[in-house]
Design a protein around this ligand. Structure first.
Ligand SMILES: [Mg+2]
Length: 92
């Protein structure tokens, strides 16, 4: 791994932790609760944006192939359709 690849992965790791924290706040206090002038939903958007940026940089730096990543996304959707209630009608 070169220096840039290491930095991209390190920052991605940090952003994953920040997404986990933002989701935790949504569960604990609700989406519309505010902290330091931002709702938890707004903080979640910002952290998901940070993470999406890092995923884009992982693709741009060729750390993983875009085709393989797209296939992993497709495969995850398929497993969620089988093993979760996310895509079922009347999901509460
Ligand atoms: Mg962040």
């Amino acid at each position: 791994m070169n220096r840039i690849e290491k930095e991209v992965l390190l920052i991605t790791q940090e952003e994953c932790a920040e997404v986990v924290q933002a989701i935790s706040k949504c569960f604990r206090f609700g989406l519309d609760d505010s902290y330091q002038g931002k709702t938890n939903r707004e903080s979640l958007v910002l952290e998901l944006g940070d993470l999406q940026c890092m995923i884009d940089l992982i693709k741009e730096s060729k750390l993983v192939s875009t085709n393989e990543l797209n296939e992993a996304v497709r495969s995850k959707r398929e497993r969620l359709q089988k093993w979760s209630n996310i895509f079922r009608q009347n999901a509460a």
